[in-house]
Each structure stands twice: as structure tokens, then as C-alpha cells.
Design a protein around this ligand. Structure first.
Ligand code: ATR
Length: 273
């Protein structure tokens, strides 16, 4: 039996087991995927133990995404640039670290908005945390000509601009509305709009209907940001697809089959939110 799982602390909230177990069943694979709770001080020992137990690999979630890079033998370019790993592959006692959030982000947009393409114009990214790094990597990789980056704490955005280079321009959080008319893509990578957090309420007066608006928040599925943009005629894409698509490369590496993201899988995960 092929074993995999997701390691985090706390781990209860993780939706990854629903996704992977859905695919294991669908493709009749003799495999398992479970939640693995690990105290922060025990992380590297926990991974060592999983290798000894012959696991094929694991997903990594909060708070271990950065630490996972440090303990790995090989790191993909993508994970290195993003500075975090969400997928580990174990082979011959060694650890390969990858980050599949960037591919998850772009695959979701490609399927939900096939007419959109990143290279058509400027992108505005809200937020400068871990999720923002994946989105920036992804959009630069897709030849986005310019990225306007803004964060409540401006310094964090400035640090990312240094890291990712000249295509990034930092603006003040309070100036967002001034830039809405000229962007082709808007991405919320902050936790605003998530269940239990404050809403992300933009002044959408300048927003035009040519702009694609997407949110990495998926609970609720239709955030206030997406609803406001929809009312302005924009194409909107919710964040659930990113969660589903980021799971594809890990599943393929561990279990040997490239799984499909389908409506039925979406429904299964939605029911568990
Ligand atoms: P993640 O790894 O999921 O991106 P994070 O690193 O904690 O998580 O980042 C959370 C993001 O949401 C940050 O951009 C954060 O802004 P700060 O860097 O200023 O903290 C943003 N965020 C959280 N609460 C916010 C709020 N009330 N208003 C504006 N931005 C907020």
C-alpha cells in the first residue's frame, strides 16, 4: 500500500484528505492519505519517522512550509523562489521539496476563465504573505508585464518587490482604488473575506468589466470581493479550484496517476466546508 498524508499543527482543518481520498477511491488505488499532527518542535523527527515507515511523501501545511525547505535534500526552483514547500516526495531516504500552489493558482484560472491570460496586462495583488509569494511567482512565470503589490504592512510588500524584481511596484494599501481602472487582473491573497475575518470591501467605482477578479479565499466561496466585482460585470474566479489543483502534482508523484479535478470533487469538498 502506498502511504501519504498532510503534516501540520493544528491539522484538523485540512481539506487535503478529502481530495486525495476521493481520488484514491475513484482510481481504485491501494493507498492511504491521512492527517498527521506534529508538534512544532518535532517536525524534522516526524518527517524522519515517516520516511522510515516508507511513506511516498506528504503535503506540508501551516506552520511548517518554510521549515520543510530546510530539511530537504533537493528543492525545486519554484519552492526555492517562493521560499516555502507544500509537497514533499520521499525517495531512497531523501527528501525532494516542491511548491504546487503556483501551478494550482494558474491551473484554476486557466480552467475557470479560459479567455483570460496573464500577459494581457497589469496585475494587482493584495497581500504580501505566503500565499502572495506563490501568486507572484505564478504570474511572473506567465509573463505578466507588471505587478502592483499592496499590503496593509507596506514593508512586507517592499521586501517581496526586492525578492521578485523590477516588475513589482509597491503602492499604499489606502491607494488601491486609484489603480483599479488600469489592471487586467486582481488577486486577493489576504485572509480578508474569510469566514471569521473582516470583509475585503473595495471601492469598486473605478473597476472596469474587463478585469478578472480572483480570491484565494474559498470559505465562503463567493466572497464580498467577488460579488462586488461580479456586479460590475467582471469575470470572477473563486479560490476553491486553487486548493483542488495544487493537490494534483503530489498525488501524481506519490500514487502514479494524474488525477482530474471535476465538478463532483468540488462538490465533495464544498460539502465539507
Ligand atoms: P498567508 O501565508 O496565508 O498569506 P500570512 O503570511 O499571515 O498568511 O498573510 C496574511 C495576509 O493577510 C497578509 O498580507 C496580511 O497583511 P499584514 O502583512 O499587514 O499582516 C493580510 N491581512 C490580514 N488581516 C488583514 C486586515 N485586517 N487588513 C488588511 N490585510 C490583512
Amino acid at each position: 500500500m502506498i502511504k501519504a498524508g498532510v503534516v501540520g499543527w493544528p491539522i484538523e482543518q485540512s481539506k487535503s484528505p478529502i481530495i486525495h481520498n476521493y481520488w484514491l477511491k475513484k482510481y481504485s488505488i491501494n493507498g492511504s492519505y491521512e492527517k498527521i499532527s506534529c508538534e512544532p518542535k518535532d517536525f524534522s523527527n516526524c518527517i524522519k519517522k515517516l520516511i522510515e515507515l516508507d511513506y511516498a511523501g506528504v503535503n506540508i501545511t501551516v506552520p511548517f512550509k518554510e521549515k520543510a525547505l530546510e530539511i530537504s535534500n533537493t528543492v525545486t526552483d519554484c519552492a526555492h523562489k517562493i521560499g516555502a514547500a507544500n509537497t514533499l516526495i520521499f525517495k531512497d531516504g531523501k527528501i525532494l521539496a516542491d511548491n504546487t500552489d503556483a501551478i494550482g493558482f494558474i491551473s484554476n484560472l486557466r480552467t475557470q476563465a479560459p479567455e483570460w491570460s496573464a500577459d494581457k496586462g497589469t496585475a494587482l495583488i493584495l497581500g504580501a504573505g505566503g500565499a502572495s509569494r506563490s501568486v507572484i511567482f505564478s504570474l511572473l512565470n506567465e509573463d505578466t508585464p507588471k505587478i502592483i503589490l499592496t499590503n496593509r504592512t507596506r514593508e512586507r510588500a517592499e521586501n517581496l518587490a526586492v525578492k521578485f524584481g523590477k516588475k513589482i511596484t509597491v503602492i499604499d494599501w489606502s491607494d488601491i482604488s486609484l489603480y483599479l481602472s488600469d489592471v487586467k487582473t486582481i488577486v486577493n491573497t489576504t485572509s480578508l473575506g474569510m469566514l471569521g475575518h473582516s470583509e475585503l470591501k473595495l471601492d469598486t467605482i473605478n473597476l472596469n468589466s474587463e478585469t478578472l477578479v480572483t480570491d484565494i479565499v474559498y470559505n465562503p466561496l463567493r466572497t464580498v470581493l467577488l460579488e462586488d466585482a461580479y456586479k460590475k460585470g467582471c469575470t470572477t474566479v473563486d479560490g476553491l479550484g486553487m486548493l483542488l489543483y495544487q493537490a494534483v502534482p503530489g498525488f501524481k508523484k506519490w500514487f502514479g496517476i494524474e488525477p482530474k479535478v471535476t465538478k463532483a470533487l468540488r462538490t465533495e469538498v464544498l460539502l465539507a466546508l
